[in-house]
Design a binder for this molecule. Structure first.
Ligand code: ADP
Length: 187
């Protein structure tokens, strides 16, 4: 634990003077919508921490380690235009405390529809009171990706539909594989 804390402190020190953002989420799995938000966020910050939620309450299809590995696989393409990305576990902590612990002054969230707005509206209001030094920034993905939701993509995959319009080829392969494993188990 002490090792982890000192590694985090060292990483934080190396970011002095840089604008750091946090993009938290469950990412079960990361979709083209999530990737588009990361690309846009990298225009605003020098360093983006992708906080992958352990998400046990959401009963994720992919383990936390698998979701982290998916982001690490995509990181190279995402950072080719500049900026750096780091993927970090985001467990049992308040979002604003986690943001502070990674040196982030901005929390990035994606907005799709009014339903997202209502949910985010309350969280931001509370976070503003808890941490006035941290700003939440909402970004909209390219309209092509606005209707994509991890939950629906999983449903399409479970029913044997084509998920390639919604995911990178790597993540699509992993999702199809996972669904086949589950279908076999259920037989
Ligand atoms: P949560 O944080 O609720 O577990 P997700 O992991 O699905 O949600 O998403 C993380 C963030 O990315 C949220 O801010 C969500 O609104 C945003 N997001 C998800 N899908 C899209 C999309 N297709 N376009 C834009 N933003 C998105």
């Amino acid at each position: 634990m002490a090792k982890k804390t000192s590694a985090r402190a060292a990483a934080k020190a190396s970011l002095t003077g840089k604008r750091v953002g946090l993009y938290p989420g469950t990412f079960d799995p990361p979709t083209l919508g999530h990737l588009d938000i990361v690309k846009r966020a990298l225009k605003l910050v020098d360093h983006l921490v992708i906080g992958v939620g352990v998400g046990t309450g959401k009963n994720p299809l992919f383990s936390f380690e698998e979701r982290v590995a998916m982001w690490q696989h995509e990181a190279g393409v995402l950072t080719k235009d500049g900026g750096t990305i780091e993927v970090q576990p985001f467990g049992n902590a308040l979002q604003v405390d986690f943001a502070r612990s990674v040196g982030a002054s901005i929390v990035v969230r994606g907005l799709r529809a009014m339903t997202d707005f209502e949910y985010e509206f309350q969280i931001v209001g509370m976070n503003q009171r808890l941490a006035p030094d941290i700003e939440t920034v909402f970004l909209m993905a390219d309209p092509r990706y606005l209707s994509i939701a991890s939950k629906l993509v999983k449903e399409v995959a479970m029913l044997g539909g084509n998920v390639s319009p919604f995911l990178t080829p790597h993540v699509a392969d992993l999702l199809v594989k996972r669904c086949k494993e589950l279908a076999k188990k259920r037989k």
